[in-house]
Design a protein around this ligand. Structure first.
Ligand code: F6R
Length: 584
């Protein structure tokens, strides 16, 4: 969703630094953008609707700048609605992530004496600030203005040579460089300049100028020592390197990430297994791909640990609050750690006195900060909008936790190691070329149906989600047993049907389903440890026990990637989607 990047410091090319920062935030999803710099006590702004692409800004040199990528909520995708917004005197600029729920009421009052130039909720904040600054200093005025807003928001404003920040919602990271300071909605955008960061907490404000960063309690104005941390991501992990797209780069990173998990997570796996063991009612929640990881977890805990861990999607979790007690444990899965439906779910759980554990990829994210117990995925920055490596990292961890719970932790590690070897084989030329050829064969189809049973059911849904997101082909994943209950009506001659048939108890049932689809003319693509007569195409995936859920998912990821490329879609920036969904 929207992205914020601000700079203040020793360099005088703030506009370029901010533009580069915005480019690093592009993956979050946006539809317009803008940059402002301070120039001899005046503000100079450039705003555009559309993507940044190769754009350059022709703004004067400056030591302070602020930029924004906007994902439209209030008002269409126009230059007037893009941020930064200016006050009537054009001396205050402001960018904003979130939604001001009481904006119409505020606008009604402010309209009397201010000139509004956009349809956004954001513009009310800058005019509020304009009024308050008559009697207060910049930072106090910002705190007062922010208190008048209802909703979850993050705001950064530029006036003179200062940036002032306030937040109670969307993420804000502060970067502490050598004589230069940064504010961003995402740590990976700051990474090329410094690894020293502080995550601004809700109800905090910050003031950045050439001398440093000061953090305050938003309500009281009392100064607080910022909690700085060192990012352990390498700057190149957020760059493309030799890959044409982040999606494929991130697919190829998976063996290394899983090896890292095997090597470093044993203590955390044991602790979370203990948490689950001592809970009375454990729940797994996630959204989108993370929901598929959570559902995979439900199967893994049942199969391996003989334990029922309930699964639900974040947006539905609130409707199940009646089951929560102080003995419940909610395990939240979220790559970004910022997804609003997950944050709302865990707020609810905490209100009910339940414990919250999280598996997230972002140190210092809201989920990370709110959880009683947390495990970092260690997958490095995930820049492709569609989640790949964070999905398999979550499954690997859930698999190890379930194994630990059942007392077979060592065996779990052995299976995961074997799975990593199989992923490396899959990512070698032969299988990848086969998947690419398959994509060429089916790229013009309108529908793809994907079936799996048991552990392969969430894998099917995830493969369908990947295909939908990046290639815009309608794909549906469903349990093999449901075929006869309706979906088979859609199978026509040459309809691609992807069938996950691992070496487990689902094999017989899934092959029968494949036969039924073939009998209606379906083009059967088997993903299996062995070939079968019913398969028209076969992608071989060696049996690695329950680890096959991971390898099969990678086949789905590669197929989605090649379908996107062959249909000339940008897999990294799918239309209408945002990397982290921070508004409802
Ligand atoms: C799909 C995808 C989304 C995310 C979902 C949750 O490829 O990326 O479905 O998985 O928006 O995001 P996180 O994991 O950040 O909570």
């Amino acid at each position: 969703m929207c992205g914020i990047f601000g700079y203040v410091g020793k360099k005088n090319n703030a506009a370029e630094i901010v533009l580069e920062g915005l480019k690093r935030l592009e993956y979050r999803g946006y539809d317009s953008w803008g940059v402002v710099v301070e120039d001899k006590a005046c503000l100079r702004v450039e705003r555009k609707a559309g993507k940044i692409g190769e754009a350059k800004v022709s703004l004067p040199s400056s030591h302070v700048g602020l930029g924004h990528t906007r994902w439209a909520t209030h008002g269409g995708v126009t230059v007037q609605n893009s941020h930064p917004h200016l006050d009537c005197t054009e001396t205050i600029a402001l960018v904003h992530n979130g939604i001001v729920e009481n904006f119409s009421e505020l606008k009604k009052e402010l309209k009397e004496k201010h000139r509004f130039t956009s349809e956004t909720d954001t513009e009310v904040i800058v005019h509020l600030l304009e009024d308050l600054i008559q009697t207060k200093n910049f930072s106090e005025a910002m705190r007062e203005a922010f208190k008048k807003l209802i909703g979850l928001n993050a705001v950064v404003s530029l006036k003179g040579n200062q940036l002032v920040v306030a937040k109670n919602g969307s993420p804000i990271v502060l970067g502490f460089g050598e004589g230069e300071f940064f504010v961003s909605s995402d740590a990976s955008a700051i990474l090329p300049y410094t690894k020293n960061v502080a995550f601004l907490e809700d109800n905090q404000a910050a003031v950045l100028d050439a001398s440093g960063i000061k953090v305050f309690n938003l309500s009281t104005g009392v100064e607080i020592e910022p909690k700085t941390q060192k990012l352990d991501w390498e700057p190149e992990s957020a760059e493309l390197g030799n890959f044409p797209h982040f999606m494929v780069k991130e697919i190829y990173e998976q063996p290394k990430i899983l090896e890292g998990i095997i090597k470093t997570s044993s203590r955390q796996v044991e602790e979370l297994a203990d948490f689950i063991r001592s809970s009375y009612g454990a729940f797994l929640v996630g959204c989108g791909t993370a929901a598929h990881a959570a559902l995979t977890g439900q199967y893994l805990f049942s199969r391996i640990a003989k334990r029922h861990v309930n699964f639900n999607v974040g947006s539905e979790f609130g409707y199940l609050e009646h089951f929560l007690t102080p003995r419940s444990l909610v395990v939240a899965l979220s790559q970004s750690g910022e997804t609003i439906d997950i944050i709302d779910s865990i707020k609810l759980a905490l209100e009910k006195g339940a414990k919250v554990a999280s598996l997230t990829n972002v140190l210092g994210s809201t989920l990370y900060r709110m959880s009683d117990y947390k495990i970092l995925l260690g997958a490095g920055p995930e820049k492709s909008v569609c989640a790949t490596k964070s999905f398999t990292a979550k499954i690997a961890l859930l698999f190890l936790i379930a194994s630990q719970l059942s007392g077979t932790g060592k065996e779990g590690v052995r299976i995961l190691e074997q799975t990593v070897r199989e992923i490396k084989r899959l990512l070698d030329k032969e299988t990848v070329e086969k998947i690419e050829k398959l994509a060429e064969k089916i790229k013009d189809k309108n529908h793809i149906y994907i079936v799996g049973r048991g552990l392969s059911y969430p894998v099917s849904m995830e493969a369908a989600l990947k295909i939908k997101e990046v290639s815009y082909i309608h794909a549906e994943g469903f349990p093999g047993g449901e075929l006869k209950h309706g979906v088979i009506a859609l199978i026509e001659p040459e309809t691609p049907c992807l069938v996950f048939a691992p070496n487990d108890e689902t094999y017989g049932g899934i092959i029968s389903g494949a036969m039924e689809m073939k009998a209606r003319g379906g083009h059967i693509i088997g993903v299996s440890f062995k070939d079968a007569d019913v398969f028209d195409d076969w992608i071989k995936v060696e049996d690695t026990g329950d680890g096959t859920a991971i390898t099969n998912s990678i086949v789905g990821q590669l197929l989605a990637y090649f379908l996107a490329v062959k249909r000339k879609c940008d897999p990294d920036k799918p239309r209408n989607l945002a990397k982290s969904v921070t508004v409802k």
